[in-house]
Design a protein around this ligand. Structure first.
Ligand code: F0G
Length: 457
């Protein structure tokens, strides 16, 4: 097989500031070993997130110039709306400044104490917005998803039997059913078309709408094309339309699969719900034809939506992460399999078995990647999820490190470099130590906690 090349030429570049291990040791100490406190100019390869970090195309930048900043009725809005509707034909499309704003509006209307919102796995902002209203956010992903080694092709699927059971027992408390595609918090794993249809059928039979959190809808559709029986000859656009045809609404962050640096939307078919959402929008985001965005952002999203369903792009996109995953596996580095659409998740707990979960093996690995290679990744484990609602600490289900790949930003040599740094980390892994937290806030501690390396034994 020939190399799958990056299907784009580079037209504008941004220099990477090359730093040394010694410089990075000083920077780490200054940042109290929290990678969120490192300035991004001091990062060589930034894999903290794939959100808002995409390289926009020449066509998107041209569209930015076309953007019209009228307060009401801007042509930018109508170009945005028609690009969304081409893929997801919902009656109402309401722009927001990013995904969590769409979630906040939706759950301020349908949430509230006593309510339960099931999903495969809620992303943390979705969970946060549901819980902020007093409602319960419930994860009903299939059991295979909890085993990092299980090769199930659609580990983002929802457990339909558990959903049916929940709807039967607690139906009155459930305002809607959600599905996150791909399932970010579960490793960027896809949901099959069959599962989306089965979830919609059960939800509708119980009179409940299905809302899709569609942040990575194109990657999900690509996995359906590659892995689901009967789908290989269909276009990604056809598959995307099928995914959304059975849904009643969606939330979206355009910072992911729309190649935009900012933006999102809330869409639905229900007129009454849409009217309530627009009322909230005007209070918190803006007038319904711009909703917290500039006209130029709406135009960038419209073009991004045309570009994201390009199959050459999706093939390269998914292959990049698979390639890193295969090479890490060959080095004996444990990862969540199969590799997700937007990221490789490394199983830090098994990679560093001598670091106890309460000394944060994920943070220890993330710090080592930065120290040795200037790579910034994100701990998804006990630092992020280890504190219960009562403030007590226990180990999270898994201690992972996410290497999230920005779209169209890095090349294969950057990917090779990431693997080489892992090779070096693996050689010194017995010497890696855990960390202790010396200061933390009451909530969302991973963003601002201060650490100190554990020394001696
Ligand atoms: N839903 C999912 C599945 C997400 O991954 C995110 C963001 C959101 C909703 C919220 O969207 O950031 O535009 O408000 N995920 C980013 C990440 C932050 O790094 O995974 P937003």
């Amino acid at each position: 097989m020939k190399t799958i090349i990056e299907p784009f030429r580079i037209k504008v570049v941004e220099p990477i500031r090359v730093t040394t291990v010694d410089e990075r040791r000083v920077l780490l100490a200054r940042a109290s070993w929290n990678l969120f406190a490192i300035h991004s100019d001091d990062v060589m390869i930034d894999l903290l997130t794939d959100s808002g970090t995409s390289a926009m195309s020449a066509e998107q930048w041209a569209a930015v110039m076309r953007g019209d900043e009228s307060y009401a009725g801007s042509p930018s809005f109508y170009r945005f709306e028609s690009a969304v509707r081409e893929l997801m034909p919902f009656r109402h499309v309401i722009p927001t400044h990013q995904g969590r704003a769409a979630e906040a509006i939706l759950f301020s209307i349908v949430g509230g104490p006593g309510r339960i919102v099931p999903s495969n796995t809620h992303f943390d902002t979705t969970r946060g917005n549901i819980e902020a209203t007093g409602a319960v956010a419930l994860d009903l992903v299939i059991p295979e998803a909890r085993n990092p080694d299980d090769p199930h092709p659609f580990k983002g699927n929802m457990d339909v039997a558990r959903l049916e059971d929940l709807l039967r027992r607690e139906g009155r408390a459930i305002p809607l059913v959600m599905l996150t595609v791909t399932n970010n918090a579960g490793g960027g794993q896809p949901v099959s078309l069959e599962n989306i249809r089965a979830v919609a059928e059960v939800a509708h039979r119980h009179g409940k709408p299905l809302f899709i959190d569609g942040c990575r809808f194109a990657e999900n559709a690509w996995f359906i094309k590659c892995r689901e029986p009967g789908q290989s000859t269909r276009t990604v656009t056809e598959i995307v339309r099928d995914m959304f045809a059975v849904a009643d609404g969606m939330t979206m962050s355009a910072k992911k699969d729309a190649f935009a640096n900012i933006g999102g939307w809330l869409a639905m078919n229900d007129d009454v719900l849409a009217a309530a959402a627009r009322n909230r929008l005007i209070l918190t985001e803006g007038f319904p034809t711009y909703g917290g965005l500039a006209g130029r952002d709406l135009d960038a999203i419209a073009i991004g939506l045309h570009e994201i369903v390009d199959e050459q792009y999706l093939k390269y996109r998914v292959r990049t992460n698979e390639y890193i995953g295969e090479r890490l596996t060959a080095l004996g580095i444990p990862i969540v399999r199969p590799v997700g659409g937007h990221a490789v998740f490394v199983d830090a707990r098994s990679f560093l078995p001598h670091v106890p979960p309460l000394q944060y093996p994920g943070q220890s690995l993330a710090v080592a990647l930065y120290e040795l290679g200037g790579i910034r990744a994100c701990e998804i484990g006990t630092v992020m999820f280890g504190v219960g609602p009562d403030g007590t600490e226990s180990s999270a289900e898994m201690d992972l490190v996410r290497l999230a790949m920005p779209r169209r930003v890095y090349t294969q040599s950057h990917a090779d470099y990431v693997v080489e740094v892992f090779e070096e980390v693996a050689r010194t892994r017995d010497r890696l130590r855990g960390l202790r937290i010396v200061w933390q806030p009451r909530q969302l501690r991973h963003f601002t906690a201060r650490f100190e390396p554990v020394t001696g034994d």
